[in-house]
Unconditional design. Sequence first.
Length: 413
Amino acid sequence: MKKVLSLVFVLTLVLSVFSITITMTAGAVGTELQTLIEQVNMFMEENPDVTVQILPMPNSATDRHDLYVTYLASGTPDPDVLQLDVIWPAEFAPFLVDLTDDYDYFELDEFFPGTVDTNTYQGQLVAVPWFTDAGILYYRKDLLEKYGYEVPETWDDLFTAAKDISEMEGINGFVWQGAQYEGLTCNFMEFVHSFGGEIMEDGKVVVDDPKYYEKNIAALTYMDKLIEEGVTPRGVTTYMEEEARRIFQNGDAVFMRNWPYAWPLANAENSPIKGKVGITVLPKGPGPDGRNSATLGGWNLGINANSSPAEIEASKRLIKFLTSHEQQVYKAVHAGQTPTRVEAYQDPRTIEANDFYADILDVFLNAEPRPASPIYSEISYQIYSTVHQVLVGSLEPKRAIDNLAANLKALTE
């Protein structure tokens, strides 16, 4: 008996010596956190020498960004694996492990090229695409049918249908993300692009360029009009993704702009609108330059350069697992988050859980990026804070566009 106990003690000691603990940041939008916990448990079953601790982060990308600045600038080795917004790699590249030599290890030829490009800065691969995103329009197909409206193709179509149906039903017309944070930049860019406008091109500020100036003002004016004329509730200036989703999912809005993660939640067994929801591209703006536009979103996985060599190797194994075909399908099915591997879209399990993928795959392939810059967070702050002033009624759209142009030029020129 003593020999058995001694053997157990030795084995435990050996395992503890060769085991490694790493930490990973995580969001909690929708079922994202619960799904990740399940995936991490699968990983640890397959890799008993690695313990993964999950560090939940704020749902606000802006708040999460500020925490990362604190972690990385302080030189702390934790967290090891960082969940990175698609617009952060350029800024955080100096603090992340260079993964260029691991390109084949992560099978990145199997991913959409655009998702890999967004994680490459100055020739170095600094993160691996985990899931991609694009803004889409959710609508109550039962209410459109009830009142004889087609799925809107333009913003004016949406405005008319939302105003009429919301008044008849006593609910909100159109909810989106209008709080003072990164999500408002995403929404604003969609309006701007759909109106034929632009904020920056090739690193140059073009907000007030004659080619775009009036279109940018018109886009911002339209966002304000949605609130002023009651199509969008005034409370939208406090909404992030989850606030908008809860209102829509409770049956209290006709239309919603959000990311794909909301689809499985809207159609869950306990959802009041299960089976009553449709998805389509966001509407076009007016005139010959009007077009459909979706902001490119998505999250990636990078490794803290302050982590130890052992932690870095364990982190690579975790990232390889989480971005594998099987786990991307699992994430698409259980969290509604869109794969970055091409073949994951053909997997029957993905299609069954997200049958709308086939109809709007082009949305993801043609989603428009936000300005790429090492100082993107400062650029975005100028955008969403200026737009927010208009939405709360403290600044006129034309003055706001003028201010935005001046402030962005001061940052970048």
